[in-house]
Structure formats: structure tokens, C-alpha cells
Design a protein around this ligand. Structure first.
Ligand SMILES: [Zn+2]
Length: 231
């Protein structure tokens, strides 16, 4: 099968080096998100009014359970989507190259810096951010064992600057990219396209290390279902 590079975008879930995208809608309906928001406010209020030194009240514990249930619904939908998507990718491609990045880098890129504010920061807030933070690692784990089952492999590439470098001419400049649009500033090149597609092509072109499938989904099952208790 063919080879592909995949970039985890900020505004799209997955961008492929063949210029296609794999996207999804929100994990919760607007009604469910509002319900969750109210529960979170309620738990904050219940924590505040709890007498000092007391253990978690039954009312607060019940609210935590309701919050955990809503988050579990969102997570279940995210995992379902990831299973479907990674199966399709593993069926289609025999070599899948991904950027070897750590979750904290991703969250930082969502937040951005003063020079380079993150894209779609509000979208990444709260629940979405926590799901997105877990999501990449899980996507890679799923890809590893699904490609291995089919005789393919995942290759992790250390790829600094993939989002700033033009895949066509190699010109690297942070100003090449404006949010989701990449427009190469090299006058002899001038490639224009989706920034995440450009990054995915760079990943596809980079040298990397094949990783063997971990073949174990234990890590994806250990999600924290309870909000942390107040000290
Ligand atoms: Zn260029």
C-alpha cells in the first residue's frame, strides 16, 4: 500500500499528505455541553460551601459522578471516531508517518505564544483540550497495532519546523503560515495551500524510526473518570 504522512491539526483533526482531511463534529451536543457547564459550576459552588475539614459531601460526590458521566460520553464518541478513522487509514496505507511529538507540546501550540497566538484557542478550552491532549497518543497507538496487524508500520519522525517550512522548496519562515493558510514567501516558489496539509507532506518526506506496535490498549482505558477532589 502507499505511504502517507499525517499531521494532527488544530482546526482539523487529522491532515494527510495526500491533501485529504479526517474531521469530526463536536463530541457533545450543545445541550449536553451546556448541561456539563452547569454541573461544573455546581460542583465549584458545592466545594466552596463545604465546611472546612469535611470530606466530600454526598451532594458533591453525586455532582462529580454526573460530570464523569458526561465526560465519558464525550470520550466514548471520540474513541469511536478514532477507531473508525484509524481502521480506515490502516486499511489504506502500509506506511504511516507521524510526527513524534509530546502531548504537552501540542497543548502549548494550542495556547500559542505572544508572537504566534494559537489557533482556535477557545475551541481547545476545557473538555475539548483534555480530549485533544489524550487523542494524539491514542491515535498513534491505534495506528501502530492496526498497521502491524496488516503488515504495515508506523514511522515516527522528529520533525521540527514542519508547520513553518514549505514542503516544495524548503524555505523556512514562521511568516509562511497564517492560521490555516500556508503561503510560501520564497518568490521563486509561492506554494499556497492548507497549512496542515503542508505539515503532513513535510512529515511524509522526513526520515524517521519505525515503531513496533505496542499492541496494548491499556493506556487508553486508564482515563481519569473523576474530577480531582478538592484538597
Ligand atoms: Zn516554497
Amino acid at each position: 500500500g502507499p505511504q502517507v504522512g499525517i499531521d494532527q491539526g488544530i482546526t482539523v483533526a487529522l491532515a494527510l499528505s495526500d491533501a485529504t482531511m479526517r474531521e469530526h463534529g463536536p463530541w457533545l451536543t450543545s445541550g449536553q455541553r451546556e448541561h456539563l457547564r452547569r454541573l461544573e459550576k455546581k460542583s465549584a459552588r458545592q466545594r466552596r460551601t463545604r465546611p472546612p475539614g469535611r470530606l466530600t459531601s454526598k451532594r458533591l460526590a453525586r455532582t462529580y459522578n454526573q460530570i464523569a458521566k458526561a465526560r465519558a460520553t464525550a470520550k466514548r464518541r471520540a474513541v469511536d471516531w478514532q477507531h473508525q478513522t484509524t481502521t480506515e487509514l490502516a486499511d489504506t496505507f502500509s506506511v504511516i508517518k507521524v510526527e513524534d511529538l509530546k502531548i504537552k507540546n501540542m497543548v502549548r501550540s494550542a495556547r500559542g505564544t505572544i508572537e504566534n497566538p494559537g489557533r482556535n484557542v477557545a475551541h481547545k478550552a476545557g473538555l475539548n483540550r483534555s480530549i485533544a491532549g489524550e487523542a494524539w497518543d491514542r491515535t498513534v497507538t491505534l495506528l501502530e497495532y492496526k498497521t502491524r496487524d496488516r503488515g504495515g508500520q508506523v514511522v515516527k519522525v522528529p520533525a521540527p519546523g514542519t508547520s513553518q517550512t514549505c514542503h516544495q522548496c524548503g524555505h523556512r519562515d514562521a511568516a509562511n503560515r497564517d492560521k490555516t493558510r500556508f503561503a510560501c514567501l520564497n518568490p521563486d516558489c509561492g506554494w499556497v495551500g492548507h497549512a496542515d496539509t503542508n505539515a503532513a507532506i513535510n512529515i511524509n518526506n522526513a526520515d524517521g524510526t519505525p515503531v513496533s506496535g505496542r499492541g496494548d490498549l491499556g493506556a487508553t482505558r486508564s482515563a481519569k473518570r473523576q474530577p480531582p477532589r478538592a484538597a
